[in-house]
Every structure is written in structure tokens, then in C-alpha cells.
Design a protein around this ligand. Structure first.
Ligand SMILES: [Zn+2]
Length: 293
């Protein structure tokens, strides 16, 4: 079965033509073609929707049985409407994305949140596929933390835990949410760059003692927020994704030493990289229960 998955981020819209052999076999989801075009987020919702359509039209969409979109913003699971989006994409809030695309292409198009899509991909097709319940942290500009309680896909199953705003340090750094000391201010990629290391590669290779201290504090903070999530949700596995994981070979082993001294829940780096978004929404379209999309 041919499908198209689209992943709408703040900078780029990634899209893929995906062939699914057996819908229940993780190893039969094969990406045949992968493309990326600029989102042009600043130009607002209409421009972004036009680019989503363009990204689908790059492929032979008429030959596809399913089309699915993962997007930034809060997406209502049952209707596929963007119920909240930040100013990154002006006027995106209120966009009935799945309805617009279904009408445009004459077939059902499902839309889900991008972090939820990545979680679904890793839980069913990636690092968490052998586990019953999966907690996923996405370390990027912010710190995303979402949890899939059971391997059923409906409006109840994927939970945005908001643990990025768990207070890790009382009276700590001011967060964009208004609180002080949120985890996001210490363990996001942005937080690491705050130390003047625009190039994270350099930080991971430093011999400088004070820089090494920054990293050891980072591993401690990350371990603490993950341990908290394990206490709250008791997942069978924790998956760590986001841009920083692309450099996992430079820091993962050092982090693991710290983590294992604090928490016994199995942990793994995400395995699908920047393909998780396009794969997860297609998987959701095939297996998910949606009331109105
Ligand atoms: Zn916060």
C-alpha cells in the first residue's frame, strides 16, 4: 500500500512516499522517496497550507491509499483541527487542516501533532516497538515529553506530560512559561547553547574542565527529569529523541553512567531520526481511531 506522510516543522516541511507491506509489521514500512521544502512559517497559515499541498503533490498522490500530516501546534485528535499554535505560524490556530486537505485531495487525510507523531513512530516502528508503554523526551529548542500509555491509538492514548516545565531548580532560570527553574531551561538543546557553544560538537569534544562540568551537570539534570517521569508514569521504556540525539555517539555513554545510578527503567536513543514525523502520522492514519477525521 502506498502512503504519503508529511511533517510540518517551523523551518521545513518534510514529506515521504512510504510503501507499507504489512500494516502490522514494523519492518515493512519503507520510505521510497523523501523530500523537504521550506515551511515559510512567517508568511502565515495560508502559505503554510499551500506548501503542505505542494509537498503532497510532489508525489503521485492519486496512487496513494492514505495521506497523513504531522504538524507543529496543538492538534485535536478527533477533528484534525489546529486548536492552538504559537506565533511561529501566524493565524494557524483554528485551521481545520484535515478537512481542508481531505477536500483538496478527495480522500481522507489525518492530521496529528508532530511530537505525538514521533512518539507513535518510535513506539510502534522504532526504539520502543517491543515495549508496552513508552515515554519519549524530545530534546530540541524546548523539551518535549510525551507518553503512550497503551498501544491503542485514540484521543486518550497519547499524553503530553508537560514535564519540560517540571521545576528542576527552585528559583532557577526564568522560563518562557513564566515559572522559574523549569527542566526545559536546563536540558534543552537551547540550554546547552546558552553556554556560548553554538557548536555542540565542540562542547562534546572539549578537554576544558569547566566545560566538562557543564556536561556533567547536564547529564544530572536530564537524569533527574527522566527519573521523575518514571516515578509518575512507570513506562516500560524511555526513548530520547531530538536534534541532540544525532550526536549521541559523543555523549550517550557518559550520560548512561549518570542515568543508571539514578533510574532502572530501560532507556534508548530514538532510532528513526528525522523520519519519525512522516512515519508516525501514516501509522496513526492506518491504526488510529478518530471520531471526525
Ligand atoms: Zn517552563
Amino acid at each position: 500500500m502506498l502512503t504519503i506522510g508529511v511533517d510540518v516543522g517551523g523551518t521545513n516541511i518534510k514529506s515521504a512516499l512510504i510503501d507499507v507491506g504489512d500494516v502490522n509489521q514494523a519492518n515493512t514500512y519503507r520510505i521510497l522517496k523523501f523530500a523537504s521544502i521550506p515551511t515559510q512559517a512567517k508568511d502565515g497559515a495560508d502559505a503554510v497550507v499551500a506548501n503542505i499541498i505542494k509537498s503532497i503533490e510532489q508525489f503521485d498522490w492519486r496512487a496513494c491509499e492514505k495521506i497523513a500530516v504531522a504538524t507543529a501546534g496543538t492538534v485535536d485528535w478527533d477533528s484534525g483541527e489546529i486548536v492552538y499554535a504559537t506565533s511561529t505560524i501566524p493565524n494557524y490556530t483554528g485551521t481545520k487542516l484535515s478537512k481542508i486537505l481531505s477536500e483538496r485531495f478527495g480522500k481522507r487525510v489525518v492530521a496529528v501533532n508532530d511530537a505525538v507523531s514521533a512518539l507513535i513512530a518510535e513506539a510502534f516502528l522504532g526504539a520502543g516497538k517491543k515495549s508496552d508503554s513508552v515515554m519519549m523526551f524530545t530534546i530540541g529548542t524546548g523539551l518535549g515529553a510525551s507518553y503512550l500509555a497503551q498501544k491503542t491509538l485514540d484521543s486518550e492514548s497519547a499524553i503530553d506530560t508537560k514535564l519540560g516545565h517540571y521545576v528542576l531548580h527552585e528559583d532557577g532560570r526564568l522560563c518562557t512559561c513564566g515559572q522559574k527553574g523549569c527542566a526545559e531551561q536546563y536540558v534543552s538543546a537551547t540550554a546547552l547553547k546558552r553556554y556560548g557553544n553554538e557548536n555542540l560538537y565542540q562542547l562534546f569534544h572539549t578537554a576544558d574542565i569547566s566545560q566538562k562540568k557543564i556536561l556533567s551537570d547536564y547529564y544530572k539534570d536530564l537524569s533527574r527529569v527522566i527519573t521523575k517521569s518514571a516515578q509518575l508514569y512507570n513506562p516500560s521504556i524511555i526513548v530520547i529523541g531530538g536534534g541532540v540525539i544525532e550526536m549521541a555517539e559523543y555523549w550517550w555513554q557518559n550520560f548512561l553512567k549518570e542515568y543508571k545510578s539514578k533510574c532502572s527503567v530501560p532507556i534508548a536513543p530514538a532510532s528513526l531520526g528525522n523520519k519519525a514525523g512522516v512515519l508516525g502520522c501514516v501509522y496513526a492514519n492506518i491504526h488510529g481511531v478518530f471520531k471526525n477525521q
